[in-house]
Design a protein around this ligand. Structure first.
Ligand code: HOZ
Length: 428
């Protein structure tokens, strides 16, 4: 690997004008103790940095690039849309097409409102749930990340977990008090809370597969239990599928687990690598949004033609169910290959995975919630991360984030990654 001299110079320049030199905290590489590579371009499963290194990318812009970087059909769709104007702040046919496509792919979504990010989608879903139920309390789970709006930054995983920030300063206590966070996979704790405060609870929001404390799968019965309980107490169930939507299956987590939420929050893949978010669900609930109802939400760039074109092109490509069969196989192949190599050198790890997503936890214990995820050995992760980067494998720079695979992470790419792991483990 070539030294990161140019990237480090760019980082110094960035630090003078951008807080921490980055526009999103995890990118600063603080938890791995080095300067980040500055990226110049992506192509398929690869990223290239300013110093001339080529990496196999397992971050994929934190999920959206499921078809790999600069997919020709997505690029063409974006170019074509841009040539006709980038934003009108007015309705277009393409946004109707995108909404129709999502409703088809996720049959529980009867109506969809497009916004600009996953954070906005969750803000909207929360307001909608409160407006619909006329209750205030929200229940979330420790280590689940639902964007950076005030009400959700309690034990929120992702960048907060990486930075060791339990809750963000700047959030009024009165706002945090309206969110109750419970351990993931602990259905009994949810049931107890409902017994005490069921009449106050507007919604339970959950990542159906948690992917912001690393990947944590729902235990059998957990999602089903949440569904039954919310129905019993007439609260809403919200799935945050910003990461899992169109990734773990064509129809997302509901297709995999057979549990149907009242509302779903989407983002990432939905925009094919451009900013987008969406909240969708039953008409009965969705029609409470303005202008039909009096739950207000708006956005100048919502449904802009460029994000919509990229999203449509991406979802059309993902229509082929075989892509998901292959993605699942490749995820499994990578996880098994990594595990084999770790076992050979007697480094204990747990590898949690589902189609298109995995996390390597440096621990001997089963990881099923934030407490167990937090017990992983962060020093070992740091050495492993650095070893992999110097062997041209670009991993999330945090033990509490997911690795992402694209449909172009084929056998050759996985083989190359495992060879790099072999070399990296020799040097650490
Ligand atoms: N913590 C974010 C992913 N879960 C990082 C996003 C970014 O830095 O782009």
């Amino acid at each position: 690997m070539k030294s990161l001299k140019i990237s480090s110079e760019l980082f110094q320049r960035a630090k003078a004008v951008i807080p921490g030199g980055v526009n999103s905290p995890v990118r600063a590489y603080q938890s791995v103790g080095m300067d980040p590579p500055f990226i110049t371009r992506g192509e398929g499963p690869y990223l290239f940095d300013a110093d001339g290194n080529r990496y196999i990318d397992y971050v994929l812009s934190w999920g959206p690039m499921i078809l790999g970087h600069a997919h020709p059909k997505v690029v063409a769709a974006v170019q074509q849309a841009a040539a006709h104007g980038t934003s009108f702040g007015a309705p277009t046919e393409a946004e109707v097409e995108l909404a129709e496509l999502v409703c088809k792919r996720m049959p529980h979504v009867e109506m969809l409102r497009l916004v600009n990010s996953g954070t906005e989608a969750v803000m909207t879903a929360a307001r909608l749930a409160r407006g619909f139920t006329q209750r205030d309390l929200l229940v979330k789970f420790d280590g689940c990340y639902h964007g950076h709006s005030d009400g959700f930054l309690v034990k929120a995983g992702s960048g907060l977990a990486t930075g060791g920030i339990p809750a963000s300063r700047g959030v009024p206590a009165s706002i945090s008090a309206a969110t109750h966070s419970l351990p993931y996979n602990d259905f009994e704790a949810v049931a107890r809370l409902f017994e005490k405060r069921g009449a106050e609870i507007a919604a339970v929001i959950v990542e159906p597969v948690a992917a912001n404390m690393g990947v944590v799968l729902p235990e059998s019965g957990f999602l089903e239990g949440l569904r039954d309980l919310t129905q019993k107490y007439e609260a809403l169930l919200i799935f945050d599928e910003v990461i899992t939507g169109f990734r773990i299956a064509r129809g997302g987590a509901s297709e995999v687990f057979g549990v149907i939420p009242d509302l779903v929050c989407l983002g990432k893949i939905l925009g094919g690598g451009l900013p987008i978010g969406a909240v969708g669900g039953k008409t009965e609930i969705m029609q409470n949004l303005a202008p039909l109802g009096d739950v207000y939400q708006a956005g100048t760039l919502s449904g802009n033609p460029i994000s919509v074109a990229a999203g449509l092109a991406t979802l059309q490509e993902l229509n082929d169910p075989d892509l998901y069969v292959a993605l699942k196989l490749q995820t499994e192949r990578l996880a098994e290959g990594l595990m084999h190599e770790f076992q050979r050198v007697k480094v204990p790890v747990q590898i949690n995975r589902i189609t298109g997503l995995l996390t390597v936890y440096f621990t001997t214990i089963l990881v099923n919630d934030l407490t167990s995820a937090s017990q992983c050995n962060t020093d070992k992760f740091r050495s492993f991360f650095r070893g992999m980067l110097s062997n041209q494998i670009y991993l999330p720079p945090s033990p509490f984030e997911a690795w992402f695979l694209s449909t172009l992470h084929n056998e050759t790419v996985i083989e190359e990654s495992l060879k790099s792991q072999h070399t990296a483990l020799k040097s650490i």
